[in-house]
Design a protein around this ligand. Structure first.
Ligand code: SF4
Ligand code: SF4
Ligand code: SF4
Length: 159
């Protein structure tokens, strides 16, 4: 009979540490070592943003929706991968690139309207429309600003 822990070891693939995994994951190493790719977190996610990523490991896709920090993924996971709910879910933060409409002098404040924590502020400037600026201290990395952006100019990553 094959030892299950050995089987996991031999079938384990190297995961991309830059990809956003799940909120409250205690370390990328623990996730890589202990996640069995069972998919229970995918079924539990209330906004369906958990997808099968590289090698079948769960990954977050903010182009679908935002993370509501419901903790259901952590709750259902049978492995000791997650921190307790009262800790900070992750270090993920949003950033906006130059394809943003406001950078091309087109008025748009969709991301600001979507941001519950009001982390996106618009700074007025002479001779152009107001530009969005993210106050990183206020950003929870929820991803609500990602799918709303008409030019796909926002990404969320671990800083
Ligand atoms: S905390 Fe909730 S909404 Fe966020 S990824 Fe987990 S299950 Fe989905
Ligand atoms: S529920 Fe846990 S073990 Fe299963 S795929 Fe999700 S993170 Fe991995
Ligand atoms: S990721 Fe969430 S908290 Fe951060 S700027 Fe976007 S909407 Fe606001």
């Amino acid at each position: 009979m094959v030892d299950i822990s050995k089987r996991r070891f031999f079938t384990r693939k190297k995961i991309d540490s830059k990809q956003i995994r799940l909120p409250w994951v205690n370390s990328i190493q623990a996730f890589s070592d202990l996640c069995t790719r069972c998919g229970h977190c995918i079924d539990a996610c209330e906004t369906s943003i958990i997808i099968k990523g590289d090698g079948g490991y769960p990954s977050i896709d903010f182009t679908i929706d935002e993370c509501t920090f419901c903790y259901k993924c952590a709750e259902i996971c049978p492995e000791p991968i997650f921190n307790s709910e009262d800790s900070q879910p992750w270090d993920a933060k949003a950033s906006i690139n130059d394809s943003c409409l406001a950078h091309h002098n087109v008025e748009c404040r969709s991301c600001g309207d979507a941001c519950e924590t009001m982390a996106i502020q618009f700074k007025l400037r002479l001779g152009g429309v107001a530009l969005p600026k993210i106050e990183l201290g206020e950003c929870s990395g929820c991803g609500a600003c990602v799918s709303i952006c008409p030019t796909s100019s926002i990404s969320v990553s671990n800083l």
